[in-house]
Structure formats: C-alpha cells, structure tokens
Design a protein around this ligand. Structure first.
Ligand code: ADP
Length: 469
C-alpha cells in the first residue's frame, strides 16, 4: 500500500517536473559559481601580479639612481612594513649568485629558479607560483632584470588571495545546497499549482466515468493552456451528451417507425393463418407481405446510408459533374410522375457549371427534392429547378407551389423521421431530407429551405465549385 503510494508519487508529473527543474537549476548554479569563481581568481591574481611589477619597477629605479646601499634599505623597510613572513626580496647576479636580500629567516627553503634568471630579458619579468613545504599557502615569485648583470627576485605570500578563494568556496558550498532545497520546494509548489487544474479534469473525467454525465470542469478564467483544455473538454462533453440524446431520440423513432410495418406484416400473417382462403387471396397477402418487407428494408437501408454518410464512412467517388446534365437527368426521371399529377416541371439553367462530386449521390439529392416537391404539391402545381453561381458556389434550387412548411417545422424537417403535421396523409418515412443533408455536407456544401404554409417551398443546395478533397 505504502510502496504503491511512493511509486505513484515517483511517477507523478509534479514530481518529475520538480526533479527536472531542480536538475536544470543545479547545473545552472554550478556553472554560474564556476564562472564567478574563475573570474574572481583571475582578477585577484592579475592585481597581485600588477602590484609586484610596480614594485619591481620602483626597485629598479632606486637601484639605477641610488645604488645597492639604497635598495637594501628600501627592501628592508618594505619587509618591515608588510611582515617578514609575507614578503621577501633578493638581488642576485645573472649567474644566480646572491648579492643581497631581505631577512632570509622564514624563506630559507626558497631557492632561485636559475632557468628563469638565465632566460630573463630587460623588459619582461618572469612569474611563477610555488608551494613551499613548510608554508600553508602558495607564494608568487617575480624575477626581473633591474640593472645590467643584476636580477631582483620579489616574493609575495598568496595567503590573502587564497583566503578569499577559500571563503568563496565555503560560502558557495553552504549557499548552493540551500538554494537547491529552496528551489525544489518552489518547483514542487509551482508544479502542484499548475497541475491542480489537470487534477480537476481528471476528477471530472472519473466522475463522468462513474455516470455523472452532467459534471463539468470548472474554468479558472485565466485563459491558460489548462483552461483551454478544460473548455475543450467541457465542449466535448456537451457534444457527447447531445449525441447520446440524439441517438436516444433516433432509437425511439426507429422503434416507433418500425413497429407499424412489422405490426402490419404480423397482422397479414395472422389472418393467413387463422382463416381459410383461396389461392388468389393467399397470393395477394403474400404480395402485401413482400411489399411491407420491401418498405421496411428500404427504410433500414436509408438509415444505414445516412449514418455512414454522416460519419464519413462511405467514401465519395469523385468526378467532374456537369450541373445542367444532373438537373436535366433528374427532371426527365420525374417527368412521368409529375405528369400523372398534372404538375409542370420547369428548368432554368442560365449557364454551364462544373463541380467535383459524387454524381450518384448528387443525383439522389435532386431525386429526393423533386420527389418531395411532387409529393407535397397539389395537382396543377408547378416546380422550377434552377441553378446559378454565387460566391464561387453553385446554388441548386427546387421551388414548388406546394403545401409549404410552417416556420417552426422548417428547422426540424432535416431531422431523422421528422414529418410535418400537414404531410402525414402522404406516404413517407421522414428520412429523405436527412440523407440529402448528409450528402450535401459530405460535399462541403449546405442546404436551406424557405417556405410558408400554402405559399410553396424552395430548397436551395449550395455546393463549392472548386474541387473537393
Ligand atoms: P418524407 O417526405 O418521406 O416524409 P423527408 O425527409 O423527405 O421525408 O421530408 C421530411 C418532411 O419535410 C416531410 O414529411 C414534409 O413534412 C416536409 N417536406 C419536405 N419537402 C417538402 C416540400 N417540398 N413541401 C412541403 N413539405 C415538405
């Protein structure tokens, strides 16, 4: 149980973010310390070297102007003022023989670097840093040519410089861990704070998984990434919920609409069973049963086609489609039906338009619209099918002088199984317009209707002229 908790904690995003943050911070602070430390060392070392060079020049001047007696006096005074442990002067020949020196007491183990002395030139002194066995701190030595045949060796202890470096090292070795610990807490706090909204999304998702479909993630209003994610998550939930409601309605409708034909089929079969009939009557009952079954099948097929088209499962077989041909072919097909009802079909195509689409499916669109127009227009009416171009789109309109549709119903006629009150006397399943809308949308277009009861209807399909991907 405990190890499970530890494991979960170790794999949590907050923990991993904190570790990452701490790692980056540690590398950066070490790099910063290293750069600062090296810069301090080189500044302080350069200052010490500079002081020693100035001292060398001063001694050189004294020697040149006042002689060895004066230089001896000068170096002893210098050593007295800074302490015999801190400084040492020695005047030697270029062969390395000592001429004079300050108090040698604490500097007995210091030798003369004969190589450095031999290679000296007039204006370029030589520096070296050495560690003497009995001294805690290193010493800095400068060799300089002070007069012809004479070399001055000046020695400074680096105790002060090294003390500063050591203080810096101690200071950083305390500060760095403190900073790292503080940063870790800061990182943990920040990670927890920014992930708290993610936690809310998780909690909501869990509640929904448990059945609380109405739950939503509260928005902070900060407009950050998590807030946007929560917004999208909430929208997705809305969409799922409305889809579920829609599916429920469709299922209810399917159950309702399938019940009537099945009841009729059952009734026919029952009558056939219980009453003795002659062969003609049996044949007519069998015919009715086949008809009912066909209607049932075509309804089911249409429902499947709508679902597939809406879901994008059925692929379009695209080709160049001539709009005039499309209209003319559809009108030719429905001409006999229209003539039966004494309805006039008029075609109005001012120009030739080409579009890319699935010809078979587009034919179904026109066929359904024409079928409806004929169905819902009383005898001696008129239908006008026209096309025009508006904003790089082809507008296909089917106008009729039929019964029309009320304002409230126009928004619902594209729903599956919806049928307007006035049209219930006419046979139909309420699926045609759903299929039309699904096909039009799959072509990147849209369908609109303008109608009023008794004033006829106009269905307008707009399809892009450009190629459809
Ligand atoms: P169906 O025609 O089989 O009932 P549709 O989906 O094609 O199903 O149409 C849905 C409803 O829209 C119809 O029941 C009818 O009420 C209405 N409708 C469609 N076209 C027209 C039209 N041209 N004139 C009047 N009402 C129409």
């Amino acid at each position: 149980m405990f190890s499970e908790k530890v494991n979960r904690f170790r794999h949590s995003l907050a923990f991993r973010l904190t570790i990452l943050y701490m790692g980056i911070f540690t590398v950066l602070i070490f790099a910063a310390f290293y750069v600062f430390y090296q810069a301090t060392i080189s500044r302080i070392s350069a200052r010490t070297d500079n002081e020693m060079e100035v001292e060398m020049k001063e001694c050189s001047l004294i020697l040149a102007s006042k002689g060895t007696e004066a230089i001896n006096e000068h170096i002893n005074e210098e050593v007295k003022s800074s302490g015999i442990d801190d400084r040492f002067f020695r005047l030697v020949t270029t062969g390395g023989e000592e001429i004079l020196s300050s108090d040698i007491g604490p500097w007995k183990e210091l030798s003369i670097n004969r190589n450095a002395v031999k290679n000296l030139t007039k204006n370029s002194p030589v520096f070296e840093t050495i560690k003497l066995p009995t001294r805690k701190y290193k010493v800095r030595v400068i060799y300089g040519m002070v007069d012809s045949g004479m070399v001055l060796q000046i020695v400074h202890t680096l105790a002060d410089d090294e003390q500063i470096f050591q203080d810096l090292r101690v200071l950083f070795s305390i500060l760095i861990p403190v900073f790292i610990v503080l940063t870790s807490f800061g990182g943990w706090f920040m990670a927890k704070r920014s992930l708290s909204s993610v936690e809310q999304v998780t909690q909501t998702a869990m509640a929904i998984a448990d059945g609380a479909m109405e739950k939503r993630v509260p928005l902070t209003g900060r407009g950050d990434e998590i807030d946007r994610l929560s917004g999208i998550f909430n929208n997705m939930l809305e969409r799922i919920q409305s889809l579920i409601a829609e599916m429920k309605e469709v299922t209810d409708n399917i159950a309702h609409d399938l019940r009537s034909p099945i009841t009729r089929i059952r009734g026919l079969a029952e009558v056939t069973l219980i009453s003795e009939k002659n062969i003609e009557e049996y044949q007519s009952m069998a015919e009715s049963t086949v008809e009912e079954c066909d209607r049932l099948l075509s309804m089911i097929n249409m429902m499947l086609e709508i679902s597939e088209t809406e879901a994008g499962v059925s692929t379009l077989s695209l080709s160049e489609v001539n709009v005039s041909d499309l209209i003319e072919e559809a009108c030719d097909l429905y001409q006999p039906l229209a003539e039966e009802k004494n309805i006039l079909i008029e075609i109005n195509i001012p120009a030739q338009y080409q579009l890319t689409g699935d010809k078979g499916k587009l034919q179904r669109v026109l066929a359904n619209l024409l079928d409806n127009a004929i169905k819902y227009t009383p005898p001696s009416g008129k239908i006008i099918v026209s096309s025009e171009e508006v904003d790089k789109k082809v507008m296909l309109s089917v106008y009729d002088t039929g019964i029309g549709i009320s304002q409230d119903e126009t928004s619902r006629i594209f729903e599956r199984f919806y049928r307007a009150d006035k049209s219930r006397s006419v046979p139909g399943a309420g699926l045609g317009l759903s299929l039309v809308q699904a096909i039009v949308r799959s072509h990147g277009g849209e369908i609109k209707v303008s109608s009023a009861p008794g004033a006829g209807s106009t269905f307008t399909v707009s399809l892009p002229l450009a190629a459809i991907s």
